[in-house]
Design a protein around this ligand. Structure first.
Ligand SMILES: *Cc1c(COP(=O)(O)O)cnc(C)c1O
Length: 354
């Protein structure tokens, strides 16, 4: 399938102050769009000016949330070139999410190339200041104008781009976590492993309550026993206990994070053991009290690594370290961002130049 490139009639002005970019507020001039119809497959692939869609008010995504998305980044390197980080892994996960949500898969090589082509056309929008990047948001929505609950026969797949600011503008400081014993994010057999909108809509109430109590993020426990750690906010969670890195296993309820996988590889590269196993809330408090847990952090594309300084569960609060970021967390953050921005060698072949 060829990608038709439509002319850009009225380019926007780019945000002048890269220190004010924030996250997901600005969008570039162009977007990639393709359509799907049952019996016909994907068609009408196009890179066109960024702008609103006209959707039937009855269309399936607006009622039953049949939708998926992805999140990845392009980085401006010191020599001015642009690189994508592990994009093919995001394309593959997009297809795994599609399969879970009864949506059509995309051709991986084609979609990967479409993303590359879009970012290449929008290269000027990749910011240059330290810590900034271009966030890439592939999305697929169900567009049958029909109120019956069933998988749609028609879909729209698109990719939009957003220049984003440095995540740690105010410094790299540990966050406070609220462990929820009331709300859960995902249950076994549910959609926790898919990047699908409903999971995030369902998480908003807990996030709002946590914020009202002065916490930065919610840590989700398993739905069956409300006992074992799953994820934190929309990040995977790692703990450093007895000098080993402990993280929840992938059992269908948590996202298989590209950052999680990358960090676990770097941990092993450093000669540190990784344990993918269930970790109970009690173990967090017990190992902190015993001085055996030394560091904890979340992992995800937006933050890369987010250090945790405090956990609260019911009426118990435990503080990790002295309010500073742990040396191991910092080392992992510096290594992964070093690879992404081209300051360190890419020994695992994660970076592709455009
Ligand atoms: C996207 C996401 C992650 C992190 O995945 P990355 O590929 O590392 O960005 C973790 N948990 C949830 C719930 C997510 O949506």
């Amino acid at each position: 399938m060829d990608i038709q490139i439509l002319p850009l009639t009225s380019p926007k002005s780019r945000p002048a102050d890269e220190s004010q970019l924030g996250f997901g507020k600005h969008f570039t001039d162009r977007m990639f769009v393709m359509e799907y119809a049952a019996g016909k497959g994907w068609h009408s692939a196009c890179i066109q000016p960024y702008g609103p869609f006209s959707l039937d008010p009855a269309c399936a995504v607006l009622h039953y949330a049949q939708e998926i998305f992805e999140g990845l980044k392009a980085f401006r390197r010191e020599d001015g070139s642009i690189a994508l980080f592990r994009a093919i892994d995001n394309v593959r996960r997009f297809n795994r999410s599609a399969a879970r949500m009864c949506m059509p898969e995309v051709d991986e090589a084609f979609f990967h190339e479409a993303i590359r082509q879009l970012v290449r056309l929008e290269a000027d929008w990749v910011p240059r200041s330290a810590g900034t990047s271009l966030y890439i948001r592939p999305t697929m929505i169900a567009v049958d104008p029909f109120l019956g609950v069933h998988p749609s026969d028609t879909y729209l797949c698109y990719v939009i781009l957003s220049p984003v600011g440095a995540y740690y503008k105010g410094g790299f400081s540990p966050v406070k976590i609220w462990i929820s014993d009331e709300y859960v994010r995902a249950a076994l057999g549910g959609t926790g492993e898919a990047k699908t909108g409903g999971n995030y809509a369902a998480s908003l109430k807990a996030s709002r309550e946590a914020a009202a109590r002065g916490f930065d993020q919610v840590l989700w426990l398993d739905a069956e026993q409300r006992r074992y750690v799953e994820e934190v906010g929309s990040m995977n969670m790692c703990f450093v206990i007895d000098g080993k890195v402990v993280t929840s296993p992938l059992r269908g309820t948590i996202l298989d994070g590209v950052t999680r996988r990358s960090i676990l590889t770097l941990v092993r590269d450093l000669g540190v053991e990784v344990e993918e196993r269930a970790l109970a809330v009690d173990e967090i408090f017990d190992t902190i009290a015993a001085g055996r847990m030394t560091e904890a952090f979340g992992t995800g594309t937006a933050a890369v690594v987010s250090p945790v300084g405090q956990f609260t569960y019911r009426d118990r609060t435990a503080t990790l370290g002295s309010g500073e970021v742990g040396a191991f967390t910092l080392k992992l953050y510096e290594t992964l961002t070093g690879i992404q921005y081209g300051r360190l060698p890419d020994v695992h072949g994660w970076v592709e130049r455009l």
